[in-house]
Design a protein. Sequence first.
Length: 266
Amino acid sequence: MLVLLPPSEGKAAGGSGAPLEPETLSLPGLAEARAAVLEELVELCAGDEDKAREVLGLSEGLRGEVAKNAGLRSAPARPAGETYTGVLYDALGLADLPEAARARAERSLLVFSGLWGAVRVTDRIPSYRCSMGVKLPGLGALGAYWREPMAAVLPDAAGNGLVLDLRSSAYASAWKPKGEVAGRTATVRVLHAQVVDGVEKRSVVSHFNKATKGRLVRDLLVAGAEPATPADLVVALRDLGYTVEAQAPAKPAKAWSLDVVVTQIH
Protein backbone atom coordinates (compact mmCIF):
# COMPACT_ATOMS: atom_id res chain seq x y z
CA MET A 1 0.00 0.00 0.00
CA LEU A 2 1.22 3.48 -0.90
CA VAL A 3 -0.40 6.37 0.98
CA LEU A 4 -0.17 9.81 -0.63
CA LEU A 5 -0.31 12.66 1.90
CA PRO A 6 -0.28 16.45 1.63
CA PRO A 7 2.39 18.31 3.61
CA SER A 8 1.58 20.84 6.31
CA GLU A 9 1.98 24.58 5.94
CA GLY A 10 3.42 24.78 9.44
CA LYS A 11 6.65 22.91 10.06
CA ALA A 12 8.79 22.17 13.07
CA ALA A 13 12.05 24.07 13.38
CA GLY A 14 15.07 22.16 12.18
CA GLY A 15 16.73 21.84 15.58
CA SER A 16 20.46 21.16 15.58
CA GLY A 17 20.77 18.35 13.04
CA ALA A 18 23.10 18.21 10.06
CA PRO A 19 22.02 20.14 6.96
CA LEU A 20 20.22 18.74 3.95
CA GLU A 21 21.95 16.05 1.89
CA PRO A 22 19.89 16.01 -1.34
CA GLU A 23 21.50 12.82 -2.61
CA THR A 24 20.08 10.86 0.36
CA LEU A 25 16.43 11.64 -0.40
CA SER A 26 14.13 8.87 -1.58
CA LEU A 27 12.91 8.74 -5.18
CA PRO A 28 16.27 9.72 -6.72
CA GLY A 29 14.59 10.13 -10.09
CA LEU A 30 13.29 13.46 -8.76
CA ALA A 31 16.79 14.74 -7.89
CA GLU A 32 17.26 17.00 -10.93
CA ALA A 33 13.81 18.58 -10.56
CA ARG A 34 14.36 19.09 -6.82
CA ALA A 35 17.69 20.79 -7.43
CA ALA A 36 16.09 23.23 -9.88
CA VAL A 37 13.30 24.21 -7.47
CA LEU A 38 15.70 24.52 -4.54
CA GLU A 39 18.08 26.73 -6.54
CA GLU A 40 15.36 29.11 -7.68
CA LEU A 41 13.67 29.26 -4.30
CA VAL A 42 16.92 30.04 -2.46
CA GLU A 43 17.89 32.67 -5.05
CA LEU A 44 14.43 34.27 -4.91
CA CYS A 45 14.45 34.48 -1.12
CA ALA A 46 18.03 35.74 -0.92
CA GLY A 47 17.04 38.72 -3.10
CA ASP A 48 14.14 41.14 -2.85
CA GLU A 49 12.23 40.12 0.28
CA ASP A 50 8.98 41.79 -0.75
CA LYS A 51 9.02 40.10 -4.15
CA ALA A 52 9.71 36.73 -2.54
CA ARG A 53 6.87 37.22 -0.08
CA GLU A 54 4.51 38.09 -2.94
CA VAL A 55 5.53 35.05 -4.99
CA LEU A 56 5.15 32.72 -2.01
CA GLY A 57 1.85 34.26 -0.92
CA LEU A 58 3.10 35.11 2.56
CA SER A 59 1.54 37.66 4.86
CA GLU A 60 3.56 40.33 6.65
CA GLY A 61 3.52 38.16 9.75
CA LEU A 62 5.30 35.37 7.85
CA ARG A 63 8.12 37.59 6.58
CA GLY A 64 10.63 35.47 8.50
CA GLU A 65 9.86 32.50 6.25
CA VAL A 66 11.68 34.26 3.40
CA ALA A 67 14.97 34.35 5.30
CA LYS A 68 14.45 30.74 6.33
CA ASN A 69 14.13 29.71 2.67
CA ALA A 70 17.25 31.68 1.76
CA GLY A 71 19.27 29.54 4.18
CA LEU A 72 17.86 26.13 3.21
CA ARG A 73 21.18 24.63 2.09
CA SER A 74 22.81 25.13 5.49
CA ALA A 75 19.74 24.83 7.73
CA PRO A 76 19.49 21.82 10.07
CA ALA A 77 17.38 18.98 8.74
CA ARG A 78 15.27 16.35 10.46
CA PRO A 79 13.08 13.46 9.25
CA ALA A 80 10.09 14.67 7.25
CA GLY A 81 7.82 12.79 9.64
CA GLU A 82 9.02 15.16 12.36
CA THR A 83 9.20 18.26 10.17
CA TYR A 84 5.58 18.20 9.06
CA THR A 85 3.17 19.24 11.81
CA GLY A 86 -0.46 20.30 11.91
CA VAL A 87 -3.83 18.61 12.21
CA LEU A 88 -3.31 15.57 9.99
CA TYR A 89 0.14 14.79 11.39
CA ASP A 90 -1.00 15.31 14.99
CA ALA A 91 -3.78 12.78 14.41
CA LEU A 92 -1.41 10.39 12.63
CA GLY A 93 0.98 10.51 15.60
CA LEU A 94 4.03 8.99 13.95
CA ALA A 95 6.22 9.47 17.02
CA ASP A 96 4.23 7.13 19.24
CA LEU A 97 3.28 4.45 16.74
CA PRO A 98 4.09 0.89 17.83
CA GLU A 99 7.30 -0.38 16.27
CA ALA A 100 5.65 -2.56 13.62
CA ALA A 101 3.24 0.21 12.64
CA ARG A 102 6.11 2.69 12.44
CA ALA A 103 7.95 0.36 10.05
CA ARG A 104 4.84 0.16 7.88
CA ALA A 105 4.59 3.96 7.89
CA GLU A 106 8.18 4.30 6.71
CA ARG A 107 7.47 1.93 3.82
CA SER A 108 4.09 3.22 2.77
CA LEU A 109 3.75 6.97 3.43
CA LEU A 110 4.71 9.47 0.75
CA VAL A 111 4.37 13.20 1.46
CA PHE A 112 3.97 15.54 -1.51
CA SER A 113 5.80 18.87 -1.50
CA GLY A 114 6.09 21.94 -3.69
CA LEU A 115 9.85 21.97 -3.04
CA TRP A 116 10.81 18.29 -2.93
CA GLY A 117 8.14 16.75 -5.14
CA ALA A 118 7.55 13.88 -2.74
CA VAL A 119 9.48 12.46 0.21
CA ARG A 120 9.32 9.51 2.60
CA VAL A 121 8.78 10.28 6.28
CA THR A 122 12.37 9.16 6.97
CA ASP A 123 13.90 11.63 4.49
CA ARG A 124 15.78 14.40 6.31
CA ILE A 125 14.65 17.85 5.16
CA PRO A 126 14.91 21.39 6.60
CA SER A 127 11.89 23.48 7.52
CA TYR A 128 10.78 25.45 4.44
CA ARG A 129 7.86 27.42 3.00
CA CYS A 130 6.85 26.66 -0.60
CA SER A 131 3.41 25.29 -1.36
CA MET A 132 2.44 23.46 -4.54
CA GLY A 133 0.30 26.46 -5.47
CA VAL A 134 3.35 28.72 -5.85
CA LYS A 135 4.32 30.01 -9.30
CA LEU A 136 8.06 30.63 -9.40
CA PRO A 137 9.26 33.29 -11.88
CA GLY A 138 11.53 30.86 -13.75
CA LEU A 139 9.99 27.41 -13.38
CA GLY A 140 6.36 28.49 -13.36
CA ALA A 141 3.48 26.88 -11.47
CA LEU A 142 4.87 24.07 -9.35
CA GLY A 143 1.83 21.82 -9.75
CA ALA A 144 2.44 21.75 -13.50
CA TYR A 145 6.24 21.67 -13.16
CA TRP A 146 6.20 18.44 -11.16
CA ARG A 147 3.90 16.48 -13.49
CA GLU A 148 6.54 15.20 -15.87
CA PRO A 149 9.13 14.06 -13.29
CA MET A 150 6.39 12.58 -11.11
CA ALA A 151 4.92 10.66 -14.03
CA ALA A 152 8.34 9.11 -14.62
CA VAL A 153 8.91 8.07 -10.99
CA LEU A 154 5.64 7.49 -9.15
CA PRO A 155 4.28 4.45 -11.05
CA ASP A 156 7.31 2.43 -9.89
CA ALA A 157 6.91 3.74 -6.34
CA ALA A 158 3.28 2.61 -6.40
CA GLY A 159 4.37 -0.98 -6.98
CA ASN A 160 1.55 -3.48 -7.46
CA GLY A 161 -0.64 -2.61 -4.49
CA LEU A 162 -3.28 -0.15 -3.40
CA VAL A 163 -2.68 3.60 -3.75
CA LEU A 164 -4.56 5.52 -1.05
CA ASP A 165 -4.71 9.14 -2.15
CA LEU A 166 -5.38 11.59 0.69
CA ARG A 167 -3.89 14.67 -0.97
CA SER A 168 -5.59 18.03 -1.26
CA SER A 169 -6.39 19.26 -4.77
CA ALA A 170 -3.28 21.44 -5.11
CA TYR A 171 -0.97 18.49 -4.43
CA ALA A 172 -3.07 16.05 -6.44
CA SER A 173 -2.36 18.24 -9.48
CA ALA A 174 1.30 17.18 -9.44
CA TRP A 175 0.54 13.52 -10.19
CA LYS A 176 -2.64 11.83 -11.34
CA PRO A 177 -2.44 8.02 -11.40
CA LYS A 178 -3.21 6.67 -14.84
CA GLY A 179 -4.03 3.36 -16.43
CA GLU A 180 -3.60 0.27 -14.33
CA VAL A 181 -2.33 2.28 -11.33
CA ALA A 182 -5.48 4.42 -11.38
CA GLY A 183 -7.59 1.27 -11.21
CA ARG A 184 -6.13 0.41 -7.82
CA THR A 185 -6.24 3.97 -6.47
CA ALA A 186 -8.79 5.20 -3.94
CA THR A 187 -9.40 8.84 -3.07
CA VAL A 188 -11.08 9.70 0.23
CA ARG A 189 -13.45 12.49 1.14
CA VAL A 190 -14.60 13.06 4.73
CA LEU A 191 -18.20 14.19 5.19
CA HIS A 192 -19.84 15.44 8.37
CA ALA A 193 -23.44 14.22 8.58
CA GLN A 194 -25.95 15.96 10.81
CA VAL A 195 -29.73 15.97 11.00
CA VAL A 196 -31.34 19.40 10.59
CA ASP A 197 -35.13 19.63 10.89
CA GLY A 198 -35.40 15.91 10.36
CA VAL A 199 -33.29 15.93 7.20
CA GLU A 200 -29.71 14.62 7.04
CA LYS A 201 -27.30 17.14 5.63
CA ARG A 202 -23.66 16.50 4.80
CA SER A 203 -20.78 18.93 4.54
CA VAL A 204 -17.02 18.91 4.12
CA VAL A 205 -15.18 20.44 7.08
CA SER A 206 -11.54 21.19 6.30
CA HIS A 207 -10.02 20.95 9.78
CA PHE A 208 -11.88 17.78 10.71
CA ASN A 209 -11.25 16.32 7.27
CA LYS A 210 -7.52 16.43 7.98
CA ALA A 211 -7.86 14.98 11.47
CA THR A 212 -10.01 12.10 10.27
CA LYS A 213 -7.56 11.26 7.49
CA GLY A 214 -4.71 11.22 10.00
CA ARG A 215 -6.61 8.90 12.34
CA LEU A 216 -7.67 6.70 9.44
CA VAL A 217 -4.07 6.15 8.32
CA ARG A 218 -2.95 5.55 11.90
CA ASP A 219 -5.67 2.95 12.44
CA LEU A 220 -4.71 1.10 9.24
CA LEU A 221 -1.03 1.09 10.26
CA VAL A 222 -1.67 -0.07 13.81
CA ALA A 223 -4.07 -2.78 12.65
CA GLY A 224 -1.48 -4.05 10.18
CA ALA A 225 -4.06 -3.80 7.40
CA GLU A 226 -2.64 -4.42 3.95
CA PRO A 227 -5.54 -3.89 1.53
CA ALA A 228 -4.47 -4.72 -2.02
CA THR A 229 -7.41 -3.09 -3.81
CA PRO A 230 -9.90 -0.27 -3.19
CA ALA A 231 -12.56 -2.89 -2.46
CA ASP A 232 -10.27 -4.42 0.18
CA LEU A 233 -9.76 -0.95 1.67
CA VAL A 234 -13.51 -0.47 2.08
CA VAL A 235 -13.70 -3.75 4.00
CA ALA A 236 -10.66 -2.85 6.15
CA LEU A 237 -12.06 0.56 7.08
CA ARG A 238 -15.47 -0.83 7.92
CA ASP A 239 -13.79 -3.46 10.09
CA LEU A 240 -12.09 -0.58 11.93
CA GLY A 241 -15.45 1.03 12.62
CA TYR A 242 -15.59 3.66 9.87
CA THR A 243 -18.77 4.39 7.91
CA VAL A 244 -17.67 4.20 4.29
CA GLU A 245 -19.65 4.74 1.11
CA ALA A 246 -17.79 3.59 -1.99
CA GLN A 247 -18.28 4.56 -5.60
CA ALA A 248 -16.61 2.13 -7.97
CA PRO A 249 -15.60 3.67 -11.30
CA ALA A 250 -17.53 2.90 -14.45
CA LYS A 251 -14.27 2.14 -16.25
CA PRO A 252 -11.45 -0.08 -14.92
CA ALA A 253 -8.65 2.48 -15.35
CA LYS A 254 -10.26 5.05 -13.04
CA ALA A 255 -9.81 5.70 -9.33
CA TRP A 256 -12.41 4.72 -6.75
CA SER A 257 -14.04 7.47 -4.68
CA LEU A 258 -14.69 6.76 -1.00
CA ASP A 259 -16.74 8.90 1.37
CA VAL A 260 -15.99 8.48 5.06
CA VAL A 261 -19.08 9.73 6.88
CA VAL A 262 -18.79 10.98 10.46
CA THR A 263 -21.41 12.34 12.82
CA GLN A 264 -19.17 14.00 15.39
CA ILE A 265 -16.45 16.58 14.90
CA HIS A 266 -13.50 16.26 17.28
